[in-house]
Ligand binder design. Structure first.
Ligand SMILES: Cc1cc2nc3c(=O)[nH]c(=O)nc-3n(C[C@H](O)[C@H](O)[C@H](O)COP(=O)(O)OP(=O)(O)OC[C@H]3O[C@@H](n4cnc5c(N)ncnc54)[C@H](O)[C@@H]3O)c2cc1C
Length: 400
C-alpha cells in the first residue's frame, strides 16, 4: 500500500533531540511558538536512553541553565558528584598543577553526572510542557531554504516547513553539509575509551588529568566510591586497552595513578569514541542556525562540548525572544548573525585553546616535554592566569 505523506508547518523545526536540541526547545516553550523536534531515534530511547559511558563535567553556568529549564531536579542527587579540586600531571613526574574550589570562591568547581541521565531529564522536561511536538524515528534527508522558510524532507516522505530550522544533529551533521556551511574538521587520530570503576580507597572529590607519555588518563570522582576512567590514546593502539581483561585493566589504572584509589574494579563495559574536532565557519545560513556539537565539536579533554551546547542554545533562545519582544522576524539574518557573533566569542578561544593543549600534551619531543612541565609550574605560580583558566573551565564569574 502506498504511504500517505503529509505537509506540516511550524515556527521552528529543530533537528536532533540531544541535550542541545531539547534545551533550545524548552527555553522557547514560554514563547508559544509552534515548535517541532525531529529525531531519528525512537521515542522510548529518548525517554530511557542507554548508558553511553560518558560522565559529563557540568559547569556552574550549565547547572544554573539546567535548573531554569526544569531539568536539574529530575536527576537523582545520588547520581551527582561534586568536583572540589582538580590536578593536572605531566609525564612520569608527580608534580601537579592544582585547582581548588576555594580559589574559585565556590563550594565546588563543577558537577558530574551521566550523559544518559541528562538526556533523560531534558526529554522529560520537554514532554512535561505538553507543547513541543517530537517527531521521532524519522530522519531529515534533505533541506532547502528560501526567504521565508526552511523546508525539510523526512525519510518517511513528510515535508516540514518552518520559519527557522535549527540543526542540533551532532558533530557529523548532514544538514550542515547540505547547507554548504564550510566546517573545519580535525581528525585527532586518537580514540577516547571510557568506563566506570569502583575503588576501595578513601572517597575522593578531586578530578585527575594525567598527561602520561603516549596516552592521557583522566580519573573523575563519582558518588559512592566510583569513578569515571577516561583513556585517550592513538587510534591504532586502542586495541591494547580494548583487548585487556577487566582485571588487567583495573590493575593497570591502579598502577598508573600510584595506587591513589586503592584496589579498583571495572564495573561497566568499555565505550570507545574516535575523536574529531569540528568548528563551523559560521553558525547560520538562510533560515538556518547550528547549535551544539553541530557548530562546535570539542575534544573532550577540557570537558566543554555539552557546556558549550547549552550555552549556545541559551544564547539563540535569548536572541529569538528578543526579536519576538520587538515584533521582529526571529528567523531573519540579523537575528541569526547576532547569535553567531555572541556564541563564537566563547567557542573560538575554547576550541583553539583546547586543540593547542592537545597538540602540546601529545607531543613527546624533548623540548615539548620541558615546556609541558614548565607550563604546569608557571600555572601554579601565576595566579591571574590560573584564575582565568579556572573561570573559563568552571564558568563562574567569581573565578574569572
Ligand atoms: C567520552 C566523552 C566525554 C565527554 N565529556 C564531556 C564533559 O565532561 N563535559 C562536556 O561539556 N562535554 C563532554 N562531552 C561532549 C558532549 O557529550 C557532547 O558535546 C554533547 O552530548 C553534544 O550534544 P548535542 O545535543 O549537540 O549532540 P548529540 O548528543 O550528538 O545529539 C544529536 C542528536 O541528533 C540526532 N540526529 C542526527 N542526525 C539527524 C537527522 N538527520 N535527523 C534527525 N535526527 C538526527 C541524533 O540521533 C542525536 O539524538 C564528552 C564527549 C565524549 C565523547
Amino acid at each position: 500500500m502506498e504511504k500517505v505523506t503529509s505537509n506540516m508547518t511550524y515556527d521552528i523545526a529543530i533537528i536532533g533531540a540531544g541535550t542541545s536540541g531539547l534545551a533550545l526547545a524548552k527555553s522557547l516553550e514560554e514563547t508559544g511558538l509552534n515548535i517541532a523536534i525531529i529525531e531519528k531515534q525512537p521515542e522510548d530511547k529518548l525517554a530511557n536512553p542507554d548508558y553511553d559511558g560518558r560522565e559529563i563535567a557540568i559547569t556552574h553556568l550549565s547547572h544554573s541553565v539546567l535548573n531554569t529549564l526544569d531539568m536539574w531536579h529530575r536527576i537523582d542527587t545520588d547520581a551527582v558528584s561534586l568536583i572540589k579540586n582538580a590536578k593536572v600531571l605531566n609525564g612520569d613526574s608527580d608534580y601537579a598543577l592544582h585547582f581548588s574550589h576555594k580559589e574559585a570562591g565556590e563550594d565546588n568547581l563543577g558537577f558530574m553526572t551521566s550523559n544518559h541521565l541528562i538526556r533523560k531529564a531534558a526529554y522529560e522536561s520537554v514532554k512535561s510542557g505538553n507543547i513541543i511536538k517530537i517527531l521521532s524515528e524519522t530522519e531529515v534527508t534533505d533541506i532547502d531554504t528560501n526567504n521565508t522558510h526552511g523546508i525539510l524532507t523526512l525519510d518517511n516522505g513528510d515535508i516540514i516547513k518552518a520559519k527557522l530550522v535549527v540543526a542540533a544533529d551532532s558533530r557529523f551533521s548532514k544538514t550542515r553539509d547540505m547547507m554548504d556551511v564550510t566546517t573545519s574538521k580535525l581528525p585527532f587520530e586518537r580514540t577516547c575509551i571510557v568506563c566506570k570503576m569502583d575503588y576501595e580507597g578513601e572517597e575522593q572529590d578531586t578530578a585527575m588529568e594525567c598527561f602520561h607519555y603516549g596516552r592521557t588518563l583522566a580519573v573523575l570522582p563519582l558518588t559512592n566510591k566510583r569513578c569515571s576512567v577516561v583513556i585517550t590514546l592513538d587510534t591504532d593502539k586502542a586495541h591494547e586497552v580494548l583487548d585487556m581483561s577487566p582485571e588487567a585493566l583495573a590493575q593497570d589504572i591502579e598502577k598508573r595513578i600510584d595506587g591513589h584509589l586503592g584496589k579498583m574494579v571495572l564495573t561497566t563495559k568499555l565505550f570507545s569514541y574516535p575523536l574529531i574536532g569540528v568548528h563551523a565557519s559560521k553558525f547560520y545560513a538562510q533560515r538556518y542556525a547550528l547549535i551544539g556539537d553541530a557548530c562546535v565539536g570539542m575534544h573532550p579533554v577540557t570537558a566543554h562540548g555539552f557546556n558549550l551546547g547549552l550555552r549556545g542554545a541559551n544564547t539563540l533562545a535569548n536572541e529569538i525572544k528578543n526579536a519576538l519582544a520587538h515584533g521582529l522576524d526571529f528567523g531573519s539574518y540579523s537575528v541569526l548573525k547576532s547569535y553567531n557573533q555572541k556564541h563564537r566569542k566563547f567557542t573560538v578561544p575554547l576550541y583553539h585553546g583546547t586543540n593547542a593543549l592537545v597538540k602540546l600534551y601529545t607531543n613527546e619531543t624533548a623540548p615539548a616535554k620541558l615546556i609541558r612541565h614548565g607550563l604546569l609550574k608557571l600555572g601554579n605560580r601565576l595566579k591571574p592566569a590560573k584564575n582565568i583558566i579556572t573561570g573559563l573551565l568552571t564558568e563562574t564569574d567569581k573565578a574569572a
